[in-house]
Design a protein around this ligand. Structure first.
Ligand SMILES: *Cc1c(COP(=O)(O)O)cnc(C)c1O
Length: 483
């Protein structure tokens, strides 16, 4: 595709508004004036419309195609939540409006949303209080780790170590390290989950806590989860639950009941708010009663007369972790989503997320090698077969071939404990027809991998760029050099 500048034709114009009849009153010094006009592309209005419309069609998203990117929960974002987020009473609020008196009538509704969201998330996770400030899952993790550190400081505990499984999402050890901890990795057992025996060996008074996601990044639920939390508590450690993908268990089980002390939830995954491309998210953090004093300020409280107010006077608080109240628009969308689904609807989210993942798992078993041949929760992980390996076909080739067939590839090469990993998260919002079409494409690709591997090596052939150096493309982003 040509750049807009390359499509330019001298003297071609779009709209000509006619000569200006507004008198010029500002005299700009000659030395400040350019000799020539800025060289802008010269194009007709239609050329411009076609150019930008074509560019917009290159966006791949949940609204255009199936997007089974493991661990990222790319599910449908209902449009009603978008609509409500644009209501002027929410969208035009300024964060410095007063809470009460004059502007109070303007802000009480938004404060009410934050307050009620706190109550809903408590009920869903089994925690005693939440902050809505963190703006992403990783930001929630760091907030949670700072709360963990504040708790230990307050008790005079000398703790240096955080334990995390070898299947951990990369942000987990990174968050613990940024909070000042040394991360010790606990291996998975033969069933693909954190080994409680291995954890016991690493337990000591220096252990500040454990960071886990359950189900883990293999999509597997850890049957020893309660025992793991109890072990951590036995050394006055805290158990941190990474609830990025709570859609696996929402409405069915609560991290608080497993024994966790700190939980973050990715509203932009579990509760269907838009995300991707690093775009706005929200990672509220919930804690058990003894950690509530350490939550960031401010906290929305409900007063005796039924009005809402922001509370700042919390001496043990870790302080602000984001400007104002976080990504309010995202919290609002998730709030609408939760109210829309209700208790029964949320439980069905988990049921269908698990059903869809297991359907894909069962259908692809054989064509691909399952990482662990067990019933999974919200996602399943496969590897290439021996025959594929012999033909030099890699997960990357399969991913690229899927693009040509109109599907976003699954997450590849993660979790790192699985060789040639392909991590598929179909999500609960996809129909059986869509899953069947994806499965058929995966099986066709598996077939090619054995019979005509060279065809996979050429993929993708339908995209503007073929196989860029992904690291270089991310590090030296040059959006003007598209072919
Ligand atoms: C997505 C994810 C995160 C990080 O969330 P971000 O919002 O991308 O920062 C953390 N843990 C798990 C398991 C995830 O899937």
């Amino acid at each position: 595709m040509k750049l807009l500048f390359e499509k330019s034709v001298p003297e071609r114009t779009g709209v000509w508004p006619g000569p200006s009849d507004v008198p010029t009153t500002i005299n700009i010094q000659d030395s400040l004036l350019r000799e020539r006009c800025a060289s802008l592309p010269e194009l007709s209005e239609l050329d411009v419309v076609r150019h930008f419309t074509e560019l917009s069609r290159r966006n791949f998203g949940v609204d255009t195609n199936f997007y089974p990117l493991g661990s990222c929960t790319m599910k449908y974002n209902p449009k009603v939540t978008e609509r409500i987020a644009t209501y002027p009473g929410f969208a035009h609020l300024h964060p410095l409006l007063p809470q009460l008196r004059m502007g109070g009538m303007l802000t009480q509704g938004a404060l009410g949303v934050l307050y009620e969201m706190d109550l809903l998330l408590r009920e869903i996770t089994g925690m005693a209080g939440f902050t809505m400030q963190p703006m992403a899952g990783a930001h929630g993790e760091l907030t949670g780790m700072m709360i963990m550190a504040a708790y230990h400081r307050d008790r005079g505990n000398k703790k240096r170590i955080v334990l995390a499984p070898d299947s951990a999402h990369g942000t987990n050890p990174a968050s613990a390290a940024i909070a000042g901890y040394r991360v010790v990795t606990i291996p998975s057992d033969a069933n693909g989950v954190m080994d409680a025996k291995a954890l016991k060996q690493e337990l000591s008074d220096e252990v500040a806590g454990v960071m886990l996601t359950c189900p883990n990044t293999l999509g597997l639920f850890n049957p020893h989860i309660k025992e793991i939390c109890d072990l951590i508590h036995s050394v006055d450690g805290l158990a941190y639950y990474d609830g990025a993908n709570l859609n696996a268990i929402v409405g069915k089980a609560r991290p608080g009941d497993f024994g966790f002390d700190i939980v973050h939830v990715n509203l932009h995954k579990t509760f269907a708010t838009p995300h991707g491309g690093g775009g706005p998210g929200a990672g509220p953090v919930g804690v058990v009663e003894k950690l509530v004093p350490f939550l960031p300020v401010s906290i929305v409280v409900k007063r005796g007369d039924g009005t809402y107010a922001l509370e700042y006077d919390r001496p043990k608080s870790i302080g602000y972790v984001a400007p104002f109240y976080g990504n309010f628009g995202i919290v609002l969308r998730a709030y609408v989503y939760i109210l829309m689904l209700g208790k029964e609807g949320l439980a069905r989210v988990a049921e269908n997320a698990v059903l869809n993942a297991n359907y894909v798992r069962a259908k692809l078993n054989g064509a691909y090698t399952p990482a662990v041949d067990r019933v999974c929760k919200h996602e399943c992980v496969f590897s290439t077969t021996e025959k594929m390996a012999a033909n030099d076909v890699h997960a990357l080739d399969i991913a690229k071939a899927l693009i040509d067939r109109g599907f976003h590839p699954p997450t590849v090469y993660f979790p790192t404990i699985v060789k040639e990993a392909m991590m598929i998260e179909p999500t609960e919002t996809e129909s059986k027809e869509t899953l069947d079409a994806f499965i058929a494409a995966m099986i066709e690709i598996a077939d090619l991998a054995e019979k005509a591997p060279e065809q996979l090596k050429a993929a993708p052939v339908t995209t503007p760029v073929n196989r860029p150096d992904e690291t270089a493309a991310a590090k030296n982003l040059d959006i003007a050099c598209l072919p």
